[in-house]
Design a protein around this ligand. Structure first.
Ligand code: ZN
Ligand code: CU
Length: 482
């Protein structure tokens, strides 16, 4: 009789590929899935009776800013408690590596952490540090376009790159990819990259096409009044550079733009069917969160101050109220509160549901761990999709939801041997109760109560994970423990 470390028996197994779930046993040996089906032929050190629970691949959070958080809070409770076992970091143009800090970091870099904590000039440095002190989740990194700009043209962020700066960025990006980055992200709606031309991004994205399965991931130039133009620009970049495109946290912000996801999704579908691979991520809330900047106020119904450095007493308060009590405009209050982060109520439920239900939609939290009063998506994203949108609203079935959190994401981002329950794959697994799972994080109380959380991340070994990068095999893989 062959031996294995662990058998999980009695669970409803949702393999991540989107098909119907099955009641089968799963055997785990070391960090890999050893067998699926009748596992009676195996002798296991531990047998877990998971009757009444669903067993799924560990969730992949494809949109995170956990670049630094993984070092500061290596237990990554805000992810593990949701069943997330892999995160993709370096989103929205800001990656902690490769990054050469300047005196005062422009927004949105402060969302990552304090300038003195930015100590990874190369992806190699970052990777070595993570391997030395791994966190409780696997991590794959995107190289941030704004980070590249900061190194090659720190004095000229308000301009598009000239040929020297562009050549420098291409070289830096190539090195980052050789050292394990899985793609490049942009944050074209943010100050350090707003001035970058489409051509600059096309030239950089061209470097991605030299690498197998490297992706172009974008926080687009506009998510409000000009969202349609921004989608068109994104598709143009992907098709001219011949790279797969992933639109970050897709939304149509501002009441004037409610309903426009019909048009953006049509454009995406057309591109997908006619010419190029396109997908997007989405979080299950109608409020966004980022740096507090006047340009984002205009597109919002209301704005909650989440983390002001000069005025921490204002955290958790509405910007309108603060401005009223200071007897100034919202824009001026914004300036006085800066550096600060905020939560912007600016989306429509129907758009959110339409976007989330689209077959190309993946679930990504966009949670920001550095915030004093974080957006509840940091702790609640995955249970909210499974509990609120699947069980309560029946927006799609459980298998589809799991697919959007696992295999689809692994395929789109080129993560090998993860995201599905298959023999030989890494045993990144999660057990949860589909009848009970629900998010507990709210705007008022955004840090959920771990002890009553219904999710358990599981694995064969208790070892922690490190790197899910594309170009080199990962050192260790399974995460969490019972
Ligand atoms: Zn973003
Ligand atoms: Cu983001």
């Amino acid at each position: 009789m062959p031996g294995c470390d662990l058998i999980i028996t009695g669970a409803r197994v949702i393999d991540g590929n989107g098909g119907a779930s099955r009641f089968v046993d799963v055997a785990i040996e070391r960090e890999r899935i050893a067998d699926i089906g009748e596992c009676a032929g195996w002798r296991a050190d531990t047998v877990v009776d998971a009757s009444g629970l669903a067993l799924a691949p560990g969730f992949i959070d494809c949109h995170t800013h956990d670049d630094l958080a993984i070092f500061k809070t290596p237990d990554v409770a805000f992810k593990i408690s949701q069943g997330v076992t892999t995160v993709i970091a370096g989103n929205c143009g800001i990656s902690l590596a490769p990054l050469q800090p300047v005196g005062e970091m422009p927004p949105p870099f402060p969302l990552l952490g304090e300038t003195r904590e930015f100590r990874f000039p190369s992806v190699k440095n970052y990777r070595e540090a993570l391997t030395a002190t791994p966190g409780a989740v696997n991590l794959a990194l995107l190289a941030g376009h704004s980070s590249l700009r900061l190194a090659s043209m720190p004095e000229r962020l308000d301009q598009t790159a000239d040929s020297d700066a562009l050549a420098q960025m291409q070289q830096d990006l190539r090195l980052a990819l050789q050292q394990g980055c899985i793609g490049m992200s942009t944050g074209l709606g943010y100050p350090p990259a707003e001035a970058a031309s489409t051509e600059e991004v096309v030239q950089l994205a061209g470097v991605l096409s030299e690498f197998d399965s490297a992706v172009y991931v974008t926080h687009m130039r506009d998510e409000g009044d000009r969202v349609v133009e921004a989608v068109a620009e994104t598709l143009e970049i992907g098709s001219r550079a011949t790279v797969p495109v992933i639109i970050s946290h897709h939304k149509c912000a501002g009441p004037a733009n409610y309903g426009r996801s019909r048009q953006t999704l049509l454009m995406i579908d057309h591109a997908r069917h006619e010419r190029q691979p396109v997908s997007f991520d989405v979080y299950p809330y109608t409020a966004s969160s980022t740096s507090l900047l006047p340009q984002f106020i205009r597109e919002s119904v209301s704005v909650l101050v989440a983390d002001s450095k000069p005025h921490p007493e204002c955290n958790g308060q509405l910007l309108e109220r603060i401005a009223a009590s200071w007897q100034c405009s919202a824009e001026e209050a914004c300036e006085r509160l800066y550096p600060a982060a905020a939560i912007y109520f600016q989306m429509d439920d129907a758009d959110l549901e339409r976007i989330m239900a689209h077959p190309a939609a993946m679930i990504g939290s966009d949670g920001i761990a550095s915030m004093e009063t974080p957006h509840p998506r940091l702790w609640g994203t995955f249970p909210r999709v499974l509990g609120h949108y699947v069980r309560e609203k029946k927006l799609f079935d459980l298998e589809t939801a799991v697919h959007k959190m696992t295999a689809l994401t692994a395929q789109r981002f080129g993560l090998e041997n993860r995201g599905s329950i298959e023999i030989g794959n890494y045993a990144d697994l999660v057990l949860f109760n589909p009848d009970e799972i629900i998010d507990r994080a709210s705007f008022e109380s955004p840090v959920s109560n771990l002890r009553s959380s219904p999710v358990t991340a599981s694995s064969a070994s208790g070892s922690t994970a490190s790197w899910a990068g594309m170009t080199t095999p990962p050192a260790a893989c399974a995460t969490g423990s019972f």
